[in-house]
Design a protein around this ligand. Sequence first.
Ligand SMILES: NC(=O)c1ccc[n+]([C@@H]2O[C@H](COP(=O)([O-])OP(=O)(O)OC[C@H]3O[C@@H](n4cnc5c(N)ncnc54)[C@H](OP(=O)(O)O)[C@@H]3O)[C@@H](O)[C@H]2O)c1
Length: 244
Amino acid sequence: MQIKGNTILITGGTSGIGLAFAKKFWELGNKVIICGRREERLREIKKSFNGIETKVCDVQDGEQRVELALWVMDNFPETNTLINNAGIQLLTDLTREVDLNRVNKEIEINLIAPIHLTSLFCRHLLEKNSAAIINISSGLAFVPIAFMPVYCATKAALHSFTLSLRHQLKATAVKVFEIAPPSVDTELGADRRRDSNQTHGGMHVDEFIAEAMGYLENDVYESAVGMAKNMREKGDALFAMVNH
Ligand SMILES: NC(=O)c1ccc[n+]([C@@H]2O[C@H](COP(=O)([O-])OP(=O)(O)OC[C@H]3O[C@@H](n4cnc5c(N)ncnc54)[C@H](OP(=O)(O)O)[C@@H]3O)[C@@H](O)[C@H]2O)c1
């Protein structure tokens, strides 16, 4: 895809991978719109990065997703790229009765929101000369970590969904990308860290973005970044190692 001259909506732009993509695309001169639940963060980002547009939106809520899509298409009709990035990662102990609200929340944010937003934007994107939908899945789509079974299942489903979406759009100008990150040092899972200064570990987010941008620029429609490459290629063979 062309990495300049776009108008891009990024879900979950208040931290981590979404914020890093927002900064990188902004630096390249793209128009960038981000959303998230944390209003204060959005305000700070808008102040620091002149021209980044922000919208408070909880993508868990279907009505807010519709409102977001209408707001973006009304105010930024030139929008030609959707990055489905917002996500949460929860631990789920399957040996006890699960809390359905938690399970629904994780599935709604990680899977249903990308499906719904894609469908809300699709007709709009089809009118553009060039357009893209970029889904952020995970290396864990291919090798699940057993103590976060719902998270991994949402990412495996997002991978499958992306294959179908790419097929449905193959004769159009809308390019469909999947980027599967490895472990990247972001706020993901921060709420379960004993020490709030503890890092997530893994790849530095800037290093991740540099590699991912290369794949986007070269039209590598499915890319596994860093260590996730191994997970994509070896799949089942790595399950025992990851879960030892
Ligand atoms: N970091 C990793 O190791 C890793 C590995 C593989 C895949 N990923 C994927 O990468 C994506 C980004 O995660 P990250 O690592 O950058 O984590 P992060 O730093 O926690 O960022 C998550 C982003 O998603 C937003 N978000 C979460 N729930 C939302 C909701 N209900 N409505 C709107 N926005 C919401 C958050 O914004 P608010 O809190 O302001 O709402 C935040 O901006 C996720 O899909 C994640 O699964 C990450």
